[in-house]
Design a binder for this molecule. Sequence first.
Ligand SMILES: [Ca+2]
Ligand SMILES: [Ca+2]
Ligand SMILES: [Ca+2]
Ligand SMILES: [Ca+2]
Length: 288
Amino acid sequence: MKKILGIVLATLVICLVVVLISTSAFATTAQGTGVLNNPILRLWNAIHNLQGQINSGELQALALRVATLEGRALPDCIIDADCDDNDPCTNQECNPVSGCVFTENAQCDDVSGAGSSTGITSGEVIITEFMYNPNAVTDTYGEWLELYNAGEDTVNLNGWSIQDEGTDSYTFSEDLIVIPGEYVVLCKNTDSNVNGGISCDVGYSSFTLGNTADSIILLDGSSGVVDQVSYDVSTAPWDSMDNAGYSLQLGLSSHDAASNDNGGNWCNAAVSYGLGDYGTPGEINSGC
Ligand SMILES: [Ca+2]
Ligand SMILES: [Ca+2]
Ligand SMILES: [Ca+2]
Ligand SMILES: [Ca+2]
């Protein structure tokens, strides 16, 4: 029995020594010769050296030498490591041979609109609320409108536009991703210090909401009409909602592009924001 215990104990001691030798404390070449006999230590040092080369840029120099030997140019991204195409729908990486490689990511699966390669022309983005006649600040500062993604596809509003029946027109020139069930707020002025206290997702210009009658027409990147709302607060049923400082909001049971054509499905907001005007910019409507 004592012999067995002795053998077990000796085995444990040997294992402990091997583990100690394999730790970073021993993984140096400070033994004078610079050469290590122990294969485990050599492997350990090789890994550490490779790590150091990657960090120091020596890997780039190595890639350049390989490229030169193969008679091809070194991809630019090896030098400056910048492959960003500013497309939120792709991930990018630098391949040392072929250069920048872009792959579509899950963020924009089934995205419709600009920047998409899925071919979907429009989602069900609808107009759900708008402040046509603010009271706390002037119209130039305080007009805004709210869109809602009532569909099942994520949408990128880059390239989309808003128009009226006249000459007002604004085209969005930056990515604005709207996932299903999400609201976005478009503002005449995006500075919450002067726009009445609204947090905006994007600003627009060259587009004004008339204080009596007007239209909001939402077009996708292919100029297809996604939604339209036309209002006239001088006639029924809109006239009952003609109150300065109150947004016009779509009833919660009417959140589709056809139902919002009917003024009877709209009402004044009942919740105040910022400096005291009423509306729920970027949030679920307060109900009609
Ligand atoms: Ca106005
Ligand atoms: Ca207008
Ligand atoms: Ca409509
Ligand atoms: Ca709202």
